[in-house]
Design a protein around this ligand. Structure first.
Ligand SMILES: O=C(O)CCC(=O)C(=O)O
Length: 390
């Protein structure tokens, strides 16, 4: 029977052997451990070497229990403030929905267990093959939140996470001290309802660049707010970030197991763990027919040289006509990078005893980017207009 004809329960059963086999492979591969720095305070070279080879690393225990709890509460509160139904101006309690004054809607809704991008032209058509869409249980709602956007405006806790010194030191070690931000999004995969993300590579701009290298499209962090399992995790094909652009359609068509790619592994992590994944990695996730939630706070960074003067090849606006002809000049990059500076100051104000990260592009002007009413208006209110998508 085709997986698409399965109920949620039958889908979970049909996936079980694959999940078990590939999670054993993930354990054998490793590429995980606590954040470690060398004597000079740089990310340990062994971690960088594993990231270069495998294209991912799982940093264990980065975010402490209290911060995870604060972030979980912020996410749940944000979900409760979503428009209900999705095209309404009010939430389920009749309050004005969050984000009516944002430049983009902070919510992307989908039908439970669906794959919104696979086989479509959305997001530059980078998800060529639709994933299995099992049938949700009868009591499932019509729509669920799939993504939360613009978190640095709506969630002060998420803004402070964005300024986490260890995460910013990791970004510096991989992309250099003048690293540039991409966007942020929070993937929400509720039990029995969360949708899938079809196999794809994130990068869309530099595949034919004569100076192409495995790090040219940067990397993404995912901060896990709940323990992830093989059934709800992000899956990757280790090492695929070095292969250039992959013919995903042919790969899936040639695979007897279809979307269950033979060399893929799940990124199994604990709450408070943080993964990094190359944006050139072949990755995706299956419909969450498991009993466990996943919430992954996702944000990425690039090398400055990948972005300056470049026209973004990736259209993240969900509007096929917009976003392709923008050239990222120094002012655009600075405008978006300012969010990092304000975030690390917001974190410092809340945690004055923690190491404070110094962000090279702003060291001379830190006082102009203190977190407060002025920068909330000038930097944080509309920063998604300056997201940088390559
Ligand atoms: O977390 C997921 O399920 C998908 C993440 C993803 O595709 C991305 O960050 O590009």
């Amino acid at each position: 029977m085709a997986l698409t004809e399965l109920s949620a329960g039958d889908h979970a059963a049909a996936m079980a052997d694959y999940l078990a086999e590939r999670s054993d492979a993930a354990v054998a591969l490793g590429s995980r451990g606590p954040v470690r720095f060398d004597a000079e305070g740089n990310l340990h070279p062994d971690i960088l070497a594993e990231f270069a080879t495998n294209g991912f690393y799982i940093f264990e225990g980065v975010i402490d229990h209290d911060e995870v709890t604060e972030l979980r509460n912020a996410v749940e509160d944000t979900i409760e403030r979503a428009p209900f139904p999705p095209d309404s101006d009010t939430d389920a309690q009749g309050r004005p929905a969050l984000g009516l004054d944002y430049p983009i809607s902070p919510y992307i809704f989908i039908k439970p267990l669906s794959d919104p991008w696979g086989g479509t032209k959305l997001l530059s058509g980078r998800h060529p093959v639709k994933m299995t869409e099992p049938t949700p249980d009868d009591n499932a709602p019509d729509h669920v939140v799939h993504l939360l956007l613009q978190m640095c405006t709506s969630m002060p806790a998420a803004l402070r996470l964005y300024g986490h010194p260890d995460l910013l030191s990791i970004a510096e070690a991989i992309n250099g001290p003048d690293f540039v931000p991409y966007n942020d999004s929070i993937f929400v995969k509720k039990p029995g309802m969360g949708g899938s993300v079809a196999w794809h590579q994130d990068g869309a701009t530099h595949w034919d660049n004569p100076h192409w290298h495995p790090g040219i499209h940067g990397f993404n962090f995912q901060v896990q707010l709940y323990p992830t399992t093989p059934a709800n995790a992000l899956w990757i094909v280790p090492g695929s970030h070095t292969e250039g652009r992959i013919d995903i359609r042919a790969l899936v068509a040639a695979n007897e197991g279809g979307e269950r790619l033979p060399n893929a592994i799940p990124l199994v992590a604990d709450a408070g763990d943080v993964t990094i994944v190359s944006r050139q990695m072949l990755h995706g996730s299956f419909a969450n027919t498991s009993p466990d939630p996943r919430v992954s706070i996702t944000f990425g960074f690039y090398p400055h040289s990948s972005v300056l003067g470049v026209s973004g090849g990736l259209n993240i606006t969900l509007d096929e006509k917009k976003g392709r002809d923008k050239v990222y000049d120094a002012e655009h990059i600075r405008r978006r990078s300012a969010v990092v500076q304000v975030a690390l100051d917001a974190r410092h104000q809340a945690r004055p005893d923690e190491r404070r990260y110094r962000y090279a592009p702003f060291v001379e002007v830190e006082d102009e980017y203190r977190y407060g009413p002025e920068t909330i208006a000038s930097v944080l209110s509309d920063y998604t207009l300056y997201d940088i998508a390559i």
